[in-house]
Design a protein around this ligand. Sequence first.
Ligand code: ADP
Ligand code: MG
Length: 328
Amino acid sequence: MLPGQILLFIDPQKTQRFHVKHPGVDQHSGTALDGGTPLAREIAELTRRRQAIAADQLPKPDKTRVLTISNQKGGVGKTTTAVNLAAALARQGAKVLVIDLDPQGNASTALGVEHRAETASVYDVIVSDVPLADVVQKSPEFGSLFCVPATIHLAGAEIELVSLVAREQRLRRALDLYLAEMDEPYHYVFIDCPPSLGLLTINAFVAAREVLIPIQCEYYALEGLSQLLKSIELIEKHLNPDLTVSTILLTMYDSRTNLANQVAQDVRDHFPDQVLETLIPRSVRVSEAPSYGQSVISYDLNSAGSLSYLEAAAEIARRGAPQTGDTQ
Ligand SMILES: Nc1ncnc2c1ncn2[C@@H]1O[C@H](COP(=O)(O)OP(=O)(O)O)[C@@H](O)[C@H]1O
Ligand SMILES: [Mg+2]
């Protein structure tokens, strides 16, 4: 298949239009710009970003923002984004909850919380009406970061939910009850979705006010996006009028490839208000962190991936919740 057929919004004529940039490196000569080596320039840039973040005071939302991180494609960076945005905001002083709604339990792993089969989990909440408060665990990452783990039992929930009363609303009800009785409310709740548009993801859409869509800067990136947006529209119409796609985050960006630049530009052209300025680069440190049961924020704070997630978190905090006319 040709690239022009694969990508929804890509015009093959544009292929040559983008100049390949790589931070700190003169692509034509491979030599340093403005004195110093490319590596020195890159380090200086990372230091500048680190200092800017250290000096940053983020605004906190007046009421809890509930964001569901969704894309029915697997491997686009949903879990990585949920975990690292949550850790970034918690590090900046926010109280944050991550609800792991993927039977694979990757977010639970990355946040270092127990999720063996016998652990009380989100499965018990949505299938057996166990209160969320009974299954929330504190993440060892940061004092203000919490996680509702997913266990392997969740794999059966899609089928078990079918016969249950109010099957699309179960997470919403549990979350509303939990948030209503908290003395010190959460600033953010992130829901990490499985790679499908089944009942678990519908529960996440109904429980949330905002959808954050991570888009991988690669081939096929935009395929399926219109289906996702249509599903969200249906949920908004029938089940949750407050739901808005507030944020799109470009992930696994490799500035050296023309394709990544094209995808990023096309997504920005189509969703100018939703796409964050910050791009998440492809980074080995980001992919290593979960095997240590850590976010990249704890694993390697000063890495490019960590700084990018801190910057994306700051953008989300500054933009605030979208105005939906919801006054509750
Ligand atoms: N910015 C990144 N750089 C490098 N690897 C990444 C990055 N983001 C995610 N990954 C890796 O890509 C894979 C898929 O990411 P993941 O967040 O699990 O996607 P999803 O939850 O959408 O299936 C994982 O192995 C993850 O470590
Ligand atoms: Mg995942």
